[in-house]
Design a protein around this ligand. Structure first.
Ligand code: GDP
Ligand code: MG
Length: 440
C-alpha cells in the first residue's frame, strides 16, 4: 500500500520542526509514487512535486507546527490549486450534455445526476440519444425510472441529433435537462462529428466529460479532443467504489482548464456525490483528512502573522525597554529567527550597524530562553516593567518561585541590562543626524 509507505516517510518527520533538503526529497519521492500509482500523468506529477519541493524548502512552518504537517499541508494546497472546487452547477433551469467513451459511465451518471437534482427540489429529465449501442434505450429508461425522473428516448429513430431536438421539446416541463450521448471504444471522427452536432442542437449550459476512475494516461487525449469539439466545463469521475483512485481526472481538469463536478461511487442511482476536494485528495494519496490538517496549519500561520504584527521590532528602539519587551522578543525569535536577523528587518539597521553590537549582546540561546521564561513567570508585572527595582530579596523570592537559582535570576537581569544598554546606544544613534542620513 503506497499510502502507508508515504505515511511511513512522513512519520519519520514526527517531532521535527525543521526539514532538511533530504527530508523534502524523500517525501516528494513518496508523493510522486502515490500520484503515479493513482494514474496522475507524469508531467503533472513532475510539476506538482517541483512546486511542493520549492515551497517546503523556502517557506517557514508556523511556530509549533511539525514539519510533517507543514509539508502535507503544502501537498494538499498544491493539489487543491490544481483541482479546484467542484464545477459550478446552479440549482436552476439548465441543460447538461454528457460526453465520453463507451463504458465510461455516461448513462449511469445521467440518471444519478438527475436523481441528485431531484433531491434539490428540481425537476430533471434524462434524454437518451445513444442509437449506437444495442440496449442503450432500455438501460437508460430503466435507470431514469429508478431515479424517478422524466425520460425521453426513441429506439425506433437512428438519428441522435433528431432525438436530442425532440427530447428537449417533449420534456419541456422539466427544469434540468441531462442529455446522454453515445460513446465509442475509441476516439473516432464520427463520434466527434455526432457529439458536435448534438451540442449544436442542445446548446448546453454545461458539458461534462465522463471518465472511468481507472483511466490512466489516456485521459489527456480524450480530454483535449472533447474539449476541442464541444468545450468541456467539468468532469464526472465514475467507479470510485473500485480500487482506482481517479488520478486521470487531474489530467482532464488540467487539460480542459475545468473542474470536477460529480463522483460516481456505485451502480445505484443514489451512488453519486458532488465533488469536494478534501475527500478526493485524501483518497488520492491514501491519507486521512488532509483538508482538516491544512486548515490547522493555515490557522497556525495566521496566528504567527498576528503575533508578528503585535510585536514590532522598531518599538524596541523607542522608549523604555522592559523585561516584557525582552520576553516578547524571545517569543518573536521563535517565530522570526535570531535577533540579528530580526534586526535586518528594521529599516536602517542592517549590515554595518549591526556589526557594532557586542558579540553576545543579542545572543539568547534556546535553553537560556526557556529558563528565562520560567523565571519571568514568577515575576510580578511591576517587576517586569521596572526591572531596575528588583533587589536581593526579590531575587530570592523569584528564584524560589520559579524553582531556579538566584544565580540564574541574576543572569537574566544581566542579560536584560546588556540588551537595554545596546538598545540605548541604538536610540542615541537614531537621533544623530549623520546616522539618520545613513539609514535612508
Ligand atoms: P456508458 O457507456 O458511458 O453509458 O456507461 P454506462 O453508464 O453504461 O456504465 C458502464 C458500466 O459501468 C455499467 O455496468 C455500469 O453499471 C457501470 N458503472 C457506471 N458507473 C459506476 C460506478 O460509479 N460504480 C460502479 N461500480 N459501476 C459503475
Ligand atoms: Mg450509455
Amino acid at each position: 500500500d503506497l499510502g502507508s509507505s508515504l505515511r511511513g516517510t512522513l512519520d519519520k518527520l514526527r517531532g521535527k520542526s525543521r526539514i532538511s533538503e533530504e527530508d523534502v526529497e524523500e517525501i516528494v519521492k513518496e508523493i510522486q509514487r502515490s500520484l503515479i500509482s493513482a494514474d496522475v500523468e507524469i508531467s503533472l506529477v513532475q510539476e506538482l512535486s517541483d512546486n511542493i519541493k520549492q515551497r517546503a524548502l523556502e517557506e517557514e512552518p508556523p511556530a509549533g507546527t511539525p514539519a510533517r504537517d507543514f509539508v502535507l499541508s503544502i501537498v494538499y494546497e498544491e493539489l487543491v490549486d490544481l483541482i479546484g472546487e467542484s464545477t459550478d452547477l446552479p440549482l436552476e433551469e439548465q441543460t447538461i450534455l454528457l460526453a465520453g467513451l463507451q463504458g465510461s459511465g455516461k448513462t449511469t451518471s445521467a440518471a444519478k445526476m438527475a436523481w441528485w437534482f431531484s433531491t434539490k427540489g428540481l425537476r430533471p429529465a434524462v434524454i437518451q440519444t445513444d442509437t449506437f449501442r444495442p440496449g442503450a434505450y432500455d438501460q437508460a429508461q430503466e435507470m431514469a425510472e429508478r431515479a424517478e425522473v422524466d425520460f425521453y428516448g426513441n429506439p425506433d429513430n437512428d438519428d441522435p441529433v433528431e432525438i436530442a431536438r425532440k427530447g428537449l421539446e417533449e420534456t419541456s416541463e422539466a427544469d434540468v435537462h441531462i442529455v446522454d450521448t453515445a460513446g465509442r471504444h475509441a476516439l473516432e471522427d464520427d463520434l466527434i462529428d455526432e457529439i458536435e452536432q448534438i451540442e449544436g442542437v442542445v446548446d448546453p449550459d454545461t458539458s461534462l466529460l465522463v471518465l472511468d476512475a481507472a483511466i490512466g494516461q489516456g485521459a489527456k487525449e480524450q480530454a483535449s479532443q472533447f474539449d476541442e469539439s464541444i468545450g468541456i466545463d467539468g468532469v464526472v469521475i465514475t467507479k470510485l467504489d473500485g480500487t482506482a483512485k481517479g488520478g486521470g481526472a487531474l489530467t482532464a481538469v488540467d487539460q480542459t482548464d475545468s473542474s470536477i463536478a460529480f463522483l460516481g461511487t456505485g451502480e445505484e442511482v443514489q451512488d453519486v456525490e458532488r465533488f469536494e476536494p478534501n475527500g478526493f485528495i485524501s483518497r488520492l494519496l491514501g491519507m486521512g483528512d488532509l483538508g482538516q490538517l491544512a486548515e490547522r496549519v493555515e490557522r497556525a500561520m495566521q496566528q504567527t502573522e498576528i503575533e508578528e504584527e503585535d510585536w514590532d521590532p522598531e518599538d524596541m528602539l523607542q522608549g523604555q525597554f522592559t523585561l516584557n519587551d525582552m520576553q516578547k522578543q524571545m517569543e518573536a525569535m521563535n517565530n522570526m529567527g535570531p535577533l540579528d536577523q530580526v534586526m535586518d528587518m528594521i529599516p536602517g539597521f542592517g549590515g554595518g550597524i549591526k556589526d557594532q553590537l557586542p558579540d553576545d549582546a543579542m545572543d539568547v540561546t534556546q535553553d537560556r530562553m526557556r529558563s528565562f521564561s520560567v523565571i519571568m513567570d514568577s515575576m510580578t508585572d511591576a517587576e517586569k516593567e521596572y526591572p531596575k527595582a528588583i533587589g536581593a530579596s526579590q531575587i530570592e523570592r523569584i528564584a524560589r518561585g520559579s524553582g531556579t537559582s538566584e544565580e540564574q535570576v541574576r543572569e537574566l537581569l544581566q542579560q536584560y541590562k546588556m540588551m537595554e544598554k545596546t538598545l540605548k546606544q541604538f536610540q542615541g544613534m537614531g537621533s544623530d543626524k549623520e546616522m539618520q542620513r545613513m539609514m535612508q
